[in-house]
Design a protein around this ligand. Sequence first.
Ligand code: ATP
Ligand code: MG
Length: 140
Amino acid sequence: MVLERTFSILKPDVTRRNLTGKINEKIEAASLRIIAQKRLWLTLPQAEAFYGVHATRSFFNDLCAFMTSGPVVVQVLEGENAVVAYRDLMGATNPANANPGTIRKEFAESIEANSVHGSDSLETAALEIKFFFSDLEIVG
Ligand code: ATP
Ligand code: MG
């Protein structure tokens, strides 16, 4: 049992459909605590910097356009094994492959508009949390 922090984004398809509460209900039901949260409209440079690891991928420009198409909610989640626990709750990147009960199976519209982001490792989580939040904004 290890208490960890991970980083979460509720993507523009979620804010557009007014589903932030429904998704956070699932996050909290999975014993993940939302210890920091804010609503933002990302600029293109911010989206490009955040998804920089995907800069050479064919879907990069479309992904950044989607992520700047409306507001997002960025969050820090804390819980036991939070990185893997939240990835499991999110489900597969492509909702067609996501397991029943996962956020993406229930809510995602497509492989691109797939409702949520979650850090893929503890190291990435630390970097992504720092990208959006100062220590003062994280209240565990
Ligand atoms: P995320 O990083 O958002 O948590 P992930 O780790 O499951 O998702 P990545 O491979 O990191 O998936 O891809 C980042 C995001 O890019 C995906 O969540 C999705 O929005 C988009 N994406 C990934 N693959 C494709 C694709 N083949 N076509 C269109 N968009 C894609
Ligand atoms: Mg990823």
